[in-house]
Design a protein around this ligand. Sequence first.
Ligand SMILES: Nc1ncnc2c1ncn2[C@@H]1O[C@H](COP(=O)(O)OP(=O)(O)OP(=O)(O)O)[C@@H](O)[C@H]1O
Ligand SMILES: [Mg+2]
Length: 386
Amino acid sequence: MGDTSEASHDLAQLAKLAIAGQAEDVRLFVARLVRKYRSQEPVLAEQLDLHLKAKPSRAPSPLRKLPPPPTSQQGLPVDDESRLSLLKVLKDAPGREAPLLAQGLEETLEQLIQEHQQIKRLTSLGLTPTRSAIFVGPPGVGKTLTARWLAAQLQVPLYVLDLTAVMSSLLGKSGSNLRAAIDFAKREPCVLLLDEIDAIAKRRSDDTDVGELKRLVTVILQEVDEWPATSVLLAATNHPELIDPALWRRFDLVAHFNLPERTAIKEAVKRFLGPDYALFTRWIDILSFAFQGYSFSDIERDIQRFRRALALGTASDKGLVEDFIKARTIALDRQDRIELAVLLAQQTRLSQHAISDITGVSRDTIRKYTSTPIANAKKKITSKRG
Ligand SMILES: Nc1ncnc2c1ncn2[C@@H]1O[C@H](COP(=O)(O)OP(=O)(O)OP(=O)(O)O)[C@@H](O)[C@H]1O
Ligand SMILES: [Mg+2]
């Protein structure tokens, strides 16, 4: 199964190179296939090797056209062969809503903004502002969003470098593509985001040319070192363990983005509900509890779903929340289920029967915890957690 998909991948890559008329790259690729298949498919490897030797090494291909200049209409650099844009540009108004961030992180980023807004003051004192930062955290917690917000705050464009597009370029070209993209970004003050910087490391486990990937890392290392103080170079990753230690050290700042805590979840629920907030007031605490362990983007997705159903009139707020809680309780431990049941009993008019049905907590247990005042019930549950 794995073999078939690998072979398909190789075939597709070969076709791509051949159709593009890149004879030299085809030869390099075939040479690599010979090495790769030598032990598993010796006959195939030998045949490929024969073809390789039979063909003159530098036959100009009639299909080959002169490469177009490495810029697109908007002046953004593109890969010669695929014409894929290597950089995406995003320009947001400075009034953009700030991402919801943990307090420490918010303060760190505020300081970074200040440093760039008051760069003259810093330089007059012989100091340089933070030039680079790496954002670390699970998916959907605001790494990309924060990069956008930072750029908007600094009133500069945000360029996002598509490392996958860089790596899909022809053999030997990814390093120069990367340099071209970064050089382009360096021309004016900006925020450049190297999104999913671990993509390079991930590819190392592939059959991809290790030398090529090493070159890419070297280019990034140099570029981080030479990055101008008037711009901010950001990198984002979900996999800090895959980042080259040499690269890791180069960044001025490491910013950790975590899954939201309960208060941030509540803020997020309010924000994502927007004008439908009023309709959900009685469910806010319950939803905030149930969304624990979710990323912001997962919370947003569920809330958008609620809002669409309400807009279309296909469900009620009560029905939506009940269904959501029912599905959610499966993943909760017993103490969390009880806490949720107590919240439902205290904050909604649902019957104990309905609550038991939704949460799977027996009516006796619900009664036991709700017969005491709220504060005591909470204490009781938390003391049980031990
Ligand atoms: N901290 C946050 N505050 C407000 N909204 C957020 C936050 N984090 C994520 N979101 C919402 O989720 C969406 C996706 O977030 P974003 O793309 O920034 O995640 P990410 O951390 O870059 O994830 P990935 O690692 O998958 O790239 C955002 O566009 C926004 O709507
Ligand atoms: Mg992202």
